[in-house]
Design a protein around this ligand. Structure first.
Ligand code: KIV
Length: 284
């Protein structure tokens, strides 16, 4: 069944856990969707895992639209949520609405996600009022890495925890249908989850959130530049891929691949005729 914003709210009401994984391309989106995952996030983490940047700051609207188009073509039943990249919504409410609209119209997103609490509530409200569902993102918000001075657990002091709770209540009030909690202490995430009527989606936020999200390359063991503590590698696809690449390299170089069955046939009389017509000597 097609997942929508209503699926998220119903899951919260019925105490059913939600699943979300990132994808940036058509084939992966197809696999994730066919596995029954509720939602696919076209995360701006594509800056790290696809484009090789060291942070998400350089990711553009064009990058997000390009990958969103591919994922939305591949996703059958998962709700496709697309990240609004750095500086596509922070500067003004106008920018936020126009860029969220582009992700929906050009990228065929089902919803957008943006980072921040009270300070971006005017943007959240305006986007929702335009008919676009918004997922909020609190805690460690990677677009603000330069303010945090690195990727650190958030909400550990009483004041920071209070701020997080107030931001969560504010984004809900502004109309967000769900909120990602990234890298916050598990007990704090539990409290926020109890306080909100909208579902919390945790990443590094313990087991009491209403759902979980992971970067697919992290959970598949395909990206080892940096593996955060909260990641569980559910498979070692990176090793499987490396072994396959090595086998291909060996077989091409030793002549084992391609075999006859991998080729296409032509009538041998045509080749004989061509051999008689052309000879290397004549061509020199
Ligand atoms: O960009 C992303 O992949 C994200 C998740 C880590 C939540 O925002």
């Amino acid at each position: 069944m097609k997942n929508t914003v209503s699926t998220f709210l119903a899951a919260k009401q019925n105490g059913k856990k939600l699943t979300m994984l990132t994808a940036y391309d058509y084939s992966t989106a197809k696999l994730i969707s066919s596995a029954g995952i509720n939602s696919i996030l076209v995360g701006d983490s594509l800056g790290n895992v696809i484009l090789g940047y060291e942070d998400t700051v350089s990711v553009t609207m064009e990058d997000m639209i390009h990958h969103s188009k591919a994922v939305s073509r591949g996703s059958s039943d998962s709700l496709v949520v697309v990240d609004m990249p750095f500086m596509s919504y922070q500067a003004s409410v106008y920018d936020a609405v126009v860029n969220a609209g582009r992700l929906m119209k050009e990228g065929r997103a089902g919803a957008v996600k943006l980072e921040g609490g009270k300070s971006v509530c005017p943007q959240i409200k305006a986007i929702v009022d335009s008919g676009i569902p918004v997922m909020a993102h609190l805690g460690l918000t990677p677009q603000s890495v330069n303010v945090f001075g690195g990727y650190k657990v958030q909400g550990k002091t009483e004041q920071a925890a209070k701020q997080l709770i107030e931001d969560a209540l504010a984004v809900q009030q502004a109309g967000a249908f769900s909120v990602v909690l990234e890298c916050v202490p598990s007990e704090l995430a539990k409290l926020v989850t109890e306080l909100l009527a909208i579902p919390t989606i945790g990443i590094g936020a313990g087991n009491d959130c209403d759902g979980q999200v992971l970067v697919n390359q992290d959970m598949l063991g395909m990206f080892n530049d940096y593996v955060p503590k909260f990641v569980k590698q559910f498979a070692n696809v990176g090793e499987i891929m490396t072994n396959a690449f090595k086998a291909y390299d060996t077989e091409v170089k030793n002549g084992a691949y391609p075999e006859e069955k991998h080729g296409y046939q032509i009538d041998s009389s045509i080749i004989d005729h061509l051999r008689n017509t052309y000879s290397r000597k004549d061509l020199i």
